[in-house]
Design a protein around this ligand. Structure first.
Ligand SMILES: [Zn+2]
Length: 426
């Protein structure tokens, strides 16, 4: 089912008009109530009364995670603190936490977005939905909880942990839907050992792959659906795959304006090109954000989907901007190099990318090692050429390759150091 056909199947021109109107209102509210935005908008010469909407989107300043940290905790509020109904917060692994403040209307909007997401994944009123995301400051648990209630489901607020009890409840209460991270779904699948059948699973908050989807679907027999969101914007429910196509995540465009930009220059990229996802909130009251740089890399597709929805779709997240390398003008993600290395059964899953400069040109060298069980050939020229060829096909970039003996590359106890950038800073 489609939760809100009027919003989700709206003709493109009508939606653009609605977005333009809401964008103008958001810019006006930010200018009137958030001193930080007033300064930035004034500096950019944007006068809310004369702002033309979508056509002038590029004139609006970007907002970054650093801006949120700088104005922690309540510096970017557009409403008095007393009007907040709830505050969530992200873990803040790199310093201060990032807070996610909501008015009552924001909570209402969030529930609606999560209800739409569950329906996208195959949910319907009357379903028993088991929510095994963590409850608390993290947005996953309460977000999907209220979304499922809004859809008209029977919600089991299981939260994370105690997996054996989760399996008992899933079975005994007859859940047809499961909401949790993909890695926890895989863990539950192991514990369930085939004893739980589901119609759908809504999985997000971690990057995951189609290979993982296949494993989750095989374990539970239903559709495994990718959901996307971030607490700065609203939490889960910004976008979600439909069960019919599973080909990109439908963005809730009446509430979130999406752009994809070149991470280096900030210039908008055409449809289909991978870049950084930038989101502007169109219906948030507590903390409206203009052109927020998510740091997530994806591409956008427009046009009507097989499911009947007309909203733009974002590809699965390809990685984080922080991880991206620019080599000879080409964007390279370590995850793509890793995929090439892992394709070869003769190589160990350890590698290092060394970047250097020769006569002002970038040089990339991939260092890998033989898998322990492999008998390395005396002359590895052919193996190196083959790996270089596959890298070129994948990245469009020439790389030198060195294959070491098994165990030669450094191992790390924490996060592996995959990239050594020895280029001079430009
Ligand atoms: Zn669809």
């Amino acid at each position: 089912m489609i939760f809100d056909p009027a919003a989700e199947c709206m003709p493109e021109a009508e939606r653009a008009a609605l977005q333009a109107e809401r964008l103008r209102a958001t810019v006006a509210a930010a200018h009137a109530s958030v001193p930080y935005y007033r300064t930035r908008l004034d500096a950019a010469g944007v006068r809310p009364a004369a702002f033309a909407g979508l056509a002038e989107l590029g004139r609006l300043p970007f907002t970054t995670k650093a801006d949120l940290r700088e104005h922690y905790p309540f510096g970017l509020l557009a409403v008095p603190r007393e009007q907040l109904a709830r505050v969530h917060a992200s873990s803040g692994t790199r310093g201060r936490p990032t807070i996610a403040p909501y008015t009552r209307a924001d909570l209402d909007l969030w529930s609606e977005m999560c209800a739409r997401s569950l329906a996208l994944g195959g949910g319907a009123p009357g379903d028993v939905v088991h929510v095994a995301y963590g409850y608390g400051l993290f947005t996953g648990g309460l977000g999907l909880h209220y979304g499922a209630e809004r859809l008209g489901c029977t919600v089991i607020p299981a939260s994370a942990g105690q997996s054996q009890r989760q399996i008992t409840l899933l079975r005994d209460l007859g859940a047809v839907g499961l909401a949790c991270t993909p890695s926890y779904a895989l863990h539950l699948a192991e514990v369930a050992a085939g004893s739980v059948r589901l119609r759908y699973g809504i999985h997000g908050a971690e990057p995951w792959t189609d290979a993982m989807r296949a494993r989750i679907e095989a374990a539970f027999g239903g559709d495994a659906i990718d959901i996307y969101g971030l607490s700065e914007i609203i939490g889960p429910g910004v976008a979600c795959e439909c069960r019919e196509a599973k080909d990109g995540l439908h963005i809730q465009e009446d509430a979130f304006l999406a752009e994809v930009v070149d991470p280096a220059t900030g210039a908008p990229l055409p449809e289909g090109e991978v870049g950084e996802l930038v989101l502007t909130t169109l219906r948030k009251e507590a903390m409206p954000l203009l052109r927020y740089r998510t740091g997530d890399l994806c591409s956008l597709t427009r046009g009507t989907c097989r499911c009947g929805r007309t909203t733009a779709r974002m590809s699965r997240i390809k990685g984080r901007v922080d991880d991206m390398l620019i080599v000879r003008g080409v964007n390279v993600f370590p995850s793509e190099i890793e995929a090439v290395v892992l394709e070869s059964p003769h190589l160990a899953p350890h590698y290092q990318v060394v970047l250097s400069q020769e006569a002002a040109l970038d040089r990339m060298e991939l260092q890998v090692e033989w898998a322990p069980a492999t008998q390395p050939p005396l002359d590895d020229t052919a193996a190196r050429a083959e790996l270089a060829h596959r890298l070129f096909e994948r990245l469009g970039l020439h790389s030198d390759v060195t294959i070491h003996a098994s165990g030669a590359l450094p191992r790390s106890e924490g996060k592996a150091v995959r990239v050594l950038d020895r280029r001079r800073p430009s």
